[in-house]
Write a protein that binds this ligand. Structure first.
Ligand code: TXA
Ligand code: MG
Length: 371
């Protein structure tokens, strides 16, 4: 059981920050305590990566299985040296190109990193975030910071301090509120301990971008899977767990956009008529096609009301960055209003779309209707 504690909420303005803003957070981290902080991808739940007790606290606070390794965050390249056995050439090349930024590399770990931090593995995941608050916090703490996404295990990752408060208030020592995470999806993970290198989790850094520097890089098979198939085991332990799932039953509709909006409208209306509350995850292009269902829209009704419709438009289908940034927030919104059935449009899966669809498919438990 986690003892309920007082969580300090500290606002920091990334455009105007001083060393003193980080004093308490850095001290907490050095003392084995937990501090959630913003990064450019999602919020992280940080602890001292060298301290096995801090790692154990992270697992407990999240309710995360302890065989699911943590990402170790550094603030400049040389901080990688004590963490790994050796720095392969590929790691230098990737760091030159993509660090600081939303890329995580898996390398063989040194003895300094306890097994508790790496979920029992001999490898370690390392990332140098570009968010100024994350970078400064690591520097001020003077230690590498182990940090998974700052959400309760199984829930969508957190892209705002309010999300972190929802999931972890009273379970961790401090939350640094630095506004919204720009990217909104977790980092791309690349395994450099195998040949050819493998992408274990798609993210903002796409395969096309990676191939410019590592031409033979491939996806881990589990990344491309389009349906529930237990014979394909993900190489990133975390990718095997139920993830991002909203409380309502989420179904994705893919195909011609006209057919998609018609099918979603029909499915939604059926459920609404039976008194269920329904969420629709849509885009600027298709949001207008649910006019017929307007009478069910929640205006003037309370959340959780029977037969209520909640429509969430997360941006233009043409603007993948906008869709990525709004996805987790939308999934959390449907939980907040108590949507029992959620119908989502599929998005294009090239470029950043690969990461968007990877998260959406997991959230839906691969429940897709193809039209
Ligand atoms: O953007 C991000 O990566 C965010 C921010 C906070 O940096 N962090 C994040 O951490 O998403 P987390 O713990 O939610 O996801 C880490 C993923 C998990 O799927 C885990 O299994 C995998 O990385 N991972 C960590 N270490 C690994 C290792 N040594 N080998 C294979 N997979 C590993
Ligand atoms: Mg996570």
């Amino acid at each position: 059981m986690v003892i309920k504690m007082k969580t300090i909420i500290q606002k920091i303005d990334a455009t105007n920050m001083a060393s003193s803003d980080f004093k308490e957070a850095a001290e907490l981290l050095r003392n084995g305590k937990l501090v959630a902080f913003p990064t450019e991808t999602v919020y992280g739940l940080g602890g001292n990566a060298y301290d096995s007790t801090a790692s154990a606290r992270i697992y407990a606070a999240k309710g995360r299985p302890s065989d699911n390794p943590l990402i170790v965050h550094i603030s400049c390249f040389d901080e990688i040296l004590p963490l790994v056995e050796a720095v392969p050439q590929n790691a230098r090349v990737l760091a030159d190109r993509f660090w600081p930024g939303p890329l995580t590399m898996i390398l063989n770990k040194s003895d300094r990193i306890p097994k508790e931090t790496t979920g029992g593995l001999d490898t370690v995941a390392i990332r140098m975030p570009s968010h100024p608050i994350a970078n400064r916090l690591i520097k001020e703490a003077g230690i590498p910071i182990a940090a998974p996404s700052a959400n309760a295990s199984g829930r969508p990752s957190t892209t705002k301090a309010e999300h972190v408060i929802e999931d972890l208030d009273g379970r961790i020592d401090m939350i640094i509120d630095g506004g919204s995470s720009d990217i909104g999806l977790e980092s791309t993970i690349v395994d450099l301990t195998v040949e050819p290198a493998l992408i274990l989790r798609p993210g903002y850094i796409t395969i096309e971008m990676l191939r410019e520097v590592i031409p033979d890089i491939e996806y881990d098979k589990a990344v491309l899977k389009r349906m529930r198939d237990d014979s394909i085991v993900a190489k990133a332990p975390g990718m095997k767990y139920r993830h991002y799932a909203p409380k309502g039953e989420l179904t994705i509709f893919e195909g011609d956009t006209d057919a998609v909006s018609k099918a979603i409208g029909k499915a939604a209306e059926e459920k609404l008529r039976s008194g269920y509350s329904v969420g629709i995850l849509t885009s600027d292009e298709l949001a207008g096609s649910y006019e017929d269902l307007k009478k069910y829209v929640t205006e003037g009704k309370k959340p959780h009301e029977n037969g209520a419709l909640y429509i969430k438009d997360i941006g233009s289908r043409e603007n993948e960055a906008e869709i990525a940034a709004g996805l987790f927030d939308a999934l959390r919104y449907f939980d907040e209003v108590g949507a029992e059935f959620i119908y989502a449009e599929a998005f294009n899966d090239g470029g950043l779309g690969q990461a968007i669809m990877n998260r959406l498919m997991k959230a839906a438990g691969y429940h897709v209707i193809t039209l």
